[in-house]
Write a protein that binds this ligand. Sequence first.
Ligand code: CTP
Ligand code: CA
Length: 226
Amino acid sequence: NYFQNDVELLKGKTVVITAGPTREKIDPVRYISNHSTGKMGYSLAEEAKKSGAHVVLISGPVQLPPPQGMEVVKVESAEEMYNAVMNHFGDADVVIKTAAVADYRPKIAYDHKVKKKPGDTFIELERTKDILLELGKQKKKQVLVGFAAETDNVEEYAQKKLYTKNADMIVANNVKAEGAGFGTDTNIVTLFKRQGEIKELPLMSKRAVAEKIIEEIAFLLKDLDE
Ligand code: CTP
Ligand code: CA
């Protein structure tokens, strides 16, 4: 096997990784978010560092200890994550979009606590920017990896995301499967690559999944140079 654990697969490369959820403010005491804990993204950041990369970790609010030996940028909202990613995109050889970005945010974020009143049952929402979609449009000689969290039709939706977002690889997981998805230390993912290759991985620790993803990214980088 050409790739060994102690080989620095990403030596000299800059890898930008987003992790965790975003929070979309309703008012000073409330927000819209999701169940992402950041474990998959933080594992990827550690693996990328181990592989010799310069790592920029752009993280939404999570409970994990800040990793050492990398640049960590903390953000809250999808808009802040978008700006942080764009600030670092020019220097990036690889971007891995592990974060579970909120698709909607309240149209108005109030500075005072909103009081309930009769008949007031709606919060008006608007769409956030799709960061990966934008990266796909601006991509030069860079490797772009997205994630897809699905509960059904995993393959169909993952393939669609691969093309609409112009990604080089989509890491898909069925968040309803036992041992996969939010909060667990394990994951079951399938890798969908641009060239049509599909790799179904068994139940593994998120750390092992991260190692496998980094290995695939090294292959994708090699393809770029040929
Ligand atoms: N993503 C992003 N910006 C958004 C929404 C998603 O960059 N505003 C990225 C995620 O980080 C992930 C990929 O797009 O890498 C797929 O996210 P996912 O939520 O699975 O797909 P969506 O395109 O948002 O579609 P849907 O939620 O309807 O399945
Ligand atoms: Ca989404």
